[in-house]
Design a protein around this ligand. Structure first.
Ligand code: SAH
Length: 497
């Protein structure tokens, strides 16, 4: 049986503007055929299991021709695959969605369409321009500024000027001069407000506000590139007053999140909500250990311990999963007292319905160790990373507290794509958030030899992490408290523009 093809509008770039239906369809896709204008954060939502087919234009390369894309869609569908055809903005607005469906309809392949948020409306919105307004414009016209190779633009300038309202031109950057002249010659006053929004809705968005007469010059001065929308009409004058996007506190700031992928979500999301250009670059991965003799032994003798202390949420997860898989349950730990290094670890314990008996006032290894040394009269179990900090065990030894250091997970360093990070580091100051010493080590190891770290501005969650930065010559600040909220506060204080 043939698979289904779903034409999905990916929106203009901001992943938050992908529709809920679009996201849902994407999650179950077997093949995703996507264009150049689909944003990086949206591509990241494609499941690993799906085959990704890039038919967008690469620099110095030709795009896959339309007939070939149509053929591909047909071939995958006939092979029984569920295909998502992901297109920038809305698939039917200058997206050749109609041409792609024609082939499918002819062959009787089932298809659906999920509309998207078009850049024609979203880029102006993120530029502070309402395309209609009761006082200034009662219609909006969306026009392509693209002409067939060698041919002049085919735009009815007189009709547009006569109709009034707002004009939004897509694909118009290279014909900008011609568009402005066309409108002027058709009688549109040179003083008409006009604007350009480049890479709208993305953290790198730029905006030019001018008049019909000056827009081309202003765009040249800023070397505005495609993709951009051109907006001509009285509403463009509102762009400054209604600017909101570029006023976000972290707008334009490049920030790297080095946490493991499964823990990066909240930090990345909060930084993005503040306008930051966030690159998720997981530098470590935590891998729970298989059950081994050491673990079996510890689980069989839990009642001999007075305390069980955790130094990370990953430790909590690995330990309790192991307990559960060993056919034990919460009764096995009912006699223990629990310590957590900080609020995130305490929260992970709550996930297993256990309240931490002790969390140090300052969330680091040293204070956890000193606190335990004060409280414990019996043995302490330390289920943690195989390469956990020696400081914890050193202090306990010094204070004469018996303990078992139990490695329950391993930390693996990153390997993978570094191209975008290297571009950022070349371009200028880049904020890099570090939430543990191992993320610092993973970060440094991930870079090719000889890459300078002078453009890295580290933001460390605590003293130990900062010390690791210093070891590698990375300049860093330290969050007031070892929490994500405090880390974000430090990012806000460090911003470079
Ligand atoms: N179907 C798309 C438009 C495809 S045509 C949509 O509905 O948005 C490609 C043109 O769309 C570009 O030349 C540019 O004019 C515009 N465009 C796409 N993404 C954009 C963005 N993020 N910011 C500004 N313009 C964009």
């Amino acid at each position: 049986m043939a698979g289904k093809v779903t034409l999905v509008g990916a929106g203009p770039g901001d992943a938050g503007l992908l529709t809920r239906k679009g996201e849902k369809v994407l999650q179950t896709a077997e093949v995703v055929v996507y264009d150049r204008l689909v944003g990086r954060d949206i591509l990241a939502l494609i499941p690993k299991s799906a085959e990704k087919v890039d038919v967008g234009k690469q620099p110095q390369q030709h795009p896959v021709p339309q007939w070939r894309i149509n053929e591909l869609l047909l071939a995958y569908a006939k092979a029984g695959k569920d295909v998502v055809r992901l297109k920038g903005g809305d698939p039917f607005l200058f997206g050749r969605g109609g041409e792609e469906l024609a082939g499918l309809a002819r062959e009787g392949i089932p298809f659906e369409v999920v509309p998207g948020v078009t850049s024609a409306l979203a880029a102006p919105a993120y530029g502070g321009i309402p395309v209609t307004h009761r006082e200034f414009a009662s219609s909006v016209h969306i026009i392509t500024g693209h002409a067939k190779a060698g041919a002049p633009l085919n735009i009815e300038f007189h009709a547009l000027v006569e109709a009034g309202g707002t004009c939004v031109f897509l694909m118009g950057v290279s014909a900008l001069g011609e568009i402005c002249r066309g409108l002027l010659e058709a009688g549109k006053p040179g003083t008409t407000p006009a604007a350009l929004v480049e890479r709208g809705t993305l953290p790198v968005q730029r905006k030019v506000v001018a008049t019909l007469e000056t827009l081309e010059q202003a765009a040249r001065e800023q070397s505005i590139q495609s993709p951009a929308v051109i907006i001509v009409g009285e509403v463009a004058a509102l762009a400054e007053e209604f600017d909101w996007f570029s006023k976000q506190p972290l707008f334009g700031e490049r920030i790297v999140v080095t946490r493991p992928k499964n823990r990066a979500g909240r930090l990345s999301e909060q930084l993005r909500n503040l306008g930051g250009d966030v690159l998720e670059y997981p530098c470590i991965r935590t891998v729970p250990r298989e059950r081994n003799e050491e673990i079996t032994q510890a689980l069989a003798t839990l009642s001999q311990y007075e305390w069980c202390a955790f130094t990370s949420p990953a430790g909590v997860e690995a330990f309790f999963q192991m307990l559960w898989k060993s056919r034990m349950d919460s009764r096995a730990v009912s006699g223990l007292r629990f310590a957590a290094i900080g609020p995130a670890t305490a929260k992970a314990l709550e996930g297993w319905r256990i309240r931490a008996d002790y969390v140090p006032e300052i969330y680091d290894t040293e204070h956890l160790a000193l606190g335990l040394a004060n409280l414990a009269s019996g043995a302490v179990l330390l289920p943690r990373a195989a390469m956990g900090s020696p400081m914890l065990t050193e202090i306990l030894t010094e204070k004469g507290i018996p303990f078992t250091d139990l490695p329950v997970y391993d930390t693996e360093y990153r390997c993978g794509e570094t191209a975008l990070l290297l571009d950022w580091l070349k371009a200028g100051k880049t904020l890099v958030t570090f939430t543990s010493s191992s993320t610092v080590r993973g970060f440094v190891r991930s870079l090719p030899q000889g890459i300078g770290l002078e453009n890295v501005q580290g933001v460390s969650i605590g003293k130990q992490t900062a010390a690791e930065c210093q070891k590698h010559g990375i300049s860093t600040v330290i969050a007031q408290q070892a929490t994500i909220d405090s880390l974000i506060q430090s990012v806000l204080e460090q911003k470079t523009n």
